[in-house]
Write a protein that binds this ligand. Sequence first.
Ligand code: AMP
Length: 217
Amino acid sequence: MGKVFILMGPPGCGKGTQTSRLSAKLSLPHVDTGSLLRKNIEDGTALGAEAKGYMDKGELVPAELVSRIIKNRLEQDDARGGYILDGFPRSIEQAHILEGIQNELGYDTENVAIYFDVPTEVLVERLVNRRSCPQCGKIYNLLSIKPQVEGKCDVCNVDLIQRSDDTAEVANARFKTYNESTAPLLDYFSDKGILKKINANLPIDEVWAQILELLGK
Ligand code: AMP
């Protein structure tokens, strides 16, 4: 049976970085709703235009839009054997939507939710110092994971960018949204017996080691 990993945690908890590793290790597609939404904005789609207003304010994009994106992505053949969800579901409503999509698709998979536990005090600092490569997506941090040449990606040598919602003001709004809408999912997944917790307030390799242990690798 294939596995579906649902990576959960507050903004800046490091799940994007770990998902890239997990995706490479298990050869499972990385399905990141935030990136898919940003791609729609870049491509100038109607969906992107509608989503942008919510994203700029740190609010959840309406579930109907996100579920369309997720369904389109999961219909692709590479998701049949399992996939990693990064940033979805983000509410109980979306968890029900996911169950509906999974029933409809009928793939032989089981869900495992991994919660990245980090005290929120350290997260605003992480977010405002986060930069990424627009080409390969590699994530840097100006304090802890600095690029070798200031402002440039180590791999692609292009200028690093800062996400427009990684400012202190929008980051705070994103935490509020997380606490109100997403945190209740912890009990929801725990009640289903599929929730695993890791301490994500550690260096990247140590967080990765916990994930490997959880996978039994
Ligand atoms: P992220 O890249 O995961 O931090 O997401 C950036 C922004 O995209 C969030 O602050 C939301 O506005 C929007 N977003 C991403 N995933 C979802 C989702 N599952 N539901 C609603 N909005 C989302």
